[in-house]
Design a protein around this ligand. Structure first.
Ligand code: GLC
Length: 393
């Protein structure tokens, strides 16, 4: 076991909790005291490199609180903490979702373990979760999944949501929090019933969310095929293609994918790492991918900082190298970009992303985010996402 693997293992053991027979990992005990959905998907991917049985346990706990309609909440309050106290209108979990990484995580664990029983065990929760997204999050059948709150993107304060929240590109973080909490209350007033909440309050089709959705539908089709559910395999593969087609039709302008807002798909022209997310779902042609990488990723004026990849381009008016999701480099977004580049055989650029991530961990440890120019660690300590470097080969 390498030194890095050992460090990650120690961190994950420190952050591990067991409650009601379920095992899970806290993203950062002193800042994030609960279980989070996409964090746990990342944890399972990381744990698959350390101890695959622990990876399975992590995913079993993620699906333990699935709602009757298939939704899986983005936070599970296994034990109440005073650190974060939000009224979600229900006991024990939140009422929002996060980017649907579950199928990918399950498949990664299956590939490591070759445990078909585990795949079988996870199939019903997966099936119902993705069906929920295909129906409740796409009430008009346009093949794009909508989010009803910025936090559902996993990038709570991203400037992509400023316009929808009626905020300028520069504002105090406390104002952002206030707006997002107000939106939680509004969504509570329609019981977090997505089709209604979307119409009334906040309705974004986000590029990373839909790229992750598409890729996971493709993986879910693979899982269904492996389990001989032939009709499901066809269905989920068809849905993958439909999401890709809809993204191309509704999100592209000037060769870039933009998140959209509202009933008429108004493009949100804020330059963030989201433009690279479609690489993860192989949505671009090789030529398009190369142009995107040359013009934007490797462009020192935009994303090629000393410690890439900043979550927001330096040229965007909202860019703040220390602002939460408004500039700093995060290891998970690097992980998505790394795998996106690998999809296109761009191994040199991918390797640079891996090296940048490693340099950040060496310089500043397992912090939540990093200043993309100085490498300074920001936000939570003992944060688990750094472990994703183990999944960059
Ligand atoms: C923050 C991040 C979110 C993450 C959570 C726990 O809210 O924005 O993506 O899931 O922390 O780490």
């Amino acid at each position: 076991m390498s030194k890095l693997q050992k460090q990650v293992q120690e961190l994950y053991l420190r952050n591990r909790r067991i409650k009601d027979g379920f095992q899970f990992t806290l993203p950062a005990p002193s800042t994030y005291p609960y279980q989070w959905f996409w964090d746990s998907c990342f944890h399972a991917i990381v744990l698959s490199h350390l101890n695959v049985e622990d990876a399975k346990k992590e995913l079993r706990s993620v699906v333990a609180k699935q709602f009757e309609n298939g939704m899986i909440p983005h936070m599970i309050y296994w034990e109440k903490s005073d650190l974060i106290n939000i009224d979600w209108g229900r006991e024990g979990t939140s009422s929002l979702i996060q980017p649907p990484m579950l199928a990918h995580a399950v498949w990664t664990v299956f590939e490591k373990s070759e445990d078909k029983n585990f795949l079988e065990e996870m199939y019903a929760p997966l099936y119902h979760f993705y069906n929920y997204l295909l129906t409740e999050r796409d009430p008009r059948g346009n093949h794009l999944a909508g989010i009803i709150h910025p936090d559902e993107s996993g990038e709570d304060n991203s400037p992509r949501f400023d316009g929808a929240l009626d905020l300028p590109p520069r504002h105090e973080p406390s104002l952002n929090t206030q707006k997002r909490m107000e939106l939680v209350r509004q969504n509570a007033s329609c019981n977090f019933d997505a089709p209604f909440c979307m119409k009334n309050f906040f309705w974004v089709k986000d590029v990373p969310f839909n790229s992750i959705f598409a890729e996971n539908l493709r993986v879910l089709a693979k899982i269904a095929a492996k389990l001989d559910h032939k009709d499901d395999a066809l269905k989920f593969n068809e849905q993958y293609l439909l999401v890709v087609k809809a993204m191309r039709e509704r999100m592209v302008e000037d060769g870039l994918f933009w998140s959209t807002y509202g009933v008429d798909y108004k493009k949100i022209k804020v330059l963030t790492w989201a433009i690279f997310a479609p690489l993860f779902a192989k949505i671009l042609s090789h030529e398009e991918a190369q142009t995107l990488v040359d013009n934007h990723l490797l462009n020192p004026k935009e994303f090629w900082t000393k410690y890439p990849v900043p979550t927001v381009a330096k040229t965007d008016p909202s860019f703040d190298p220390k602002g939460f999701w408004r500039g700093p480099t995060w290891i998970a977004t690097n992980w998505f970009i790394y795998h996106g580049l690998m999809n296109y055989g761009m191994t040199d650029a991918a390797q640079e992303i891996k090296n940048s991530s490693l340099r950040l961990l060496q310089k500043s440890g397992f912090r939540e985010q990093f200043d993309p120019e100085t490498g300074e660690g920001l936000g939570a300590y003992d944060f688990t996402w750094g472990g994703l470097v183990l999944d960059m080969k």
